[in-house]
Write a protein that binds this ligand. Sequence first.
Ligand SMILES: [Fe+2]
Ligand SMILES: [Fe+2]
Length: 450
Amino acid sequence: MVKVSVSDLSPGMELAEDVKTPGGRFLMPRGTRLERSHLTMLAGWGVGDVDVVVARPKAPPGPPSADRETPPAPEGPKPADFFEQAMEAARGRFVFVDLREEVAATVFRLSVARTAKRLARAALEASGKGAPAPKPQARPVPKPPAGAAAEPIPTPEDLLREDPQLVSLPEVFTRINEVLHDPRSSVEDAARIIGTDASLSAKLLKLVNSAFYRRASRAVEKRFPAKVDSLTRAVMIVGGKQLATLALGVSVLPIFRDIPPEYINMKAFWKHSIGCGMIARALAEHAGSSAGESSFVAGLLHDIGRLVLYKHLPGPSGASLRRSREEFITLTQAEGEIFGFDHGHLGGLLLRKWQYPAALEKMVRYHHDLGEPLFIEEPAVIHVADFLVNALEIGTSGEWRVPALLPAAVEALSLTGTDLKKVLAGVEERIEEVFASFFPGDGEALRGAP
Ligand SMILES: [Fe+2]
Ligand SMILES: [Fe+2]
């Protein structure tokens, strides 16, 4: 280990100790392999010098050893190589995360294990085809089109006012919303209204029949052995108001189908969103909250503000994606700098405009800063779920590195690493199935099919 002045650092060096700002704020964990952006960040925070690992000199070529007779090791990478590569990739992605926290450290280890497994599987497939083993790939970042910086930025209110699609939602949405807000409305009212929209009903039935609701549907199946094939049965499984809440979430998906793919891969975006929703629902259940369905819908829509930005301000959105990559800040911070507000704020306003329940609006609005302490538990569920989908690379909404896990959120949900592992074990494998129920035919709905 040797102390090196920040001005003398170069990319590729490895930190031997955790780095803190002169004010004592944690910046990067020991083991971080420095990239150019790290160097900018260290200089920006006024860090003087850091401890780096001294590279071990390579052993000089010696005489042939006595074990010459030993058969040569099989060609190609070994499990330890995949683990090492996965560890290095994860260190780069987790730089905003305080890995001394038990929950964050557990998720870091899970992420490394998943990446190593993925690399090993890819290498096995490649060797079958006689190709070299692939390395972890960096996600491409769109280049902002020329003149993007000069594009005027409207206020969030103006942005939402100008889009006729965002202003007038399908009639079924408005009617479901009325049912949700009317204490006199019945389960049958909710089912009847949803039933007037064939595409929406089909999607909800698929969702309710998926493994996501297996436990709840088992109880209904005992009484009604056939598959759930009517909305009334779907109502029995998830409840009338909950089905209406789900319908609210599902009915807005087609609005954002025409976003240019160079800004966001919509399939990856909805996987991130559905994954976040499913984990949020499981976290809410784990915390003993009855807001499972609201948490699912809030997770599904938590980054909807980003879709509004990609759709209406593609130039500055591309610039924010690039800035987050180059300047060592999160995409949410880059949005704040470029737009003057972030996607959580914009998404919250949109849900308010659509008259979603206030709790849902808060979960979306504050999922990155947790907002008012009084409401901390609800947005905390979305914050932790979002951290997990980012950390485990379940889809993406554009964030390149893993955003920080706020200790207040972990505390609000009284979470431990063991809890999180349990929650994930019950959910992860079902994400693909639920994704398919939203987007049958590999993204058919993303292309705007009814
Ligand atoms: Fe977000
Ligand atoms: Fe997100």
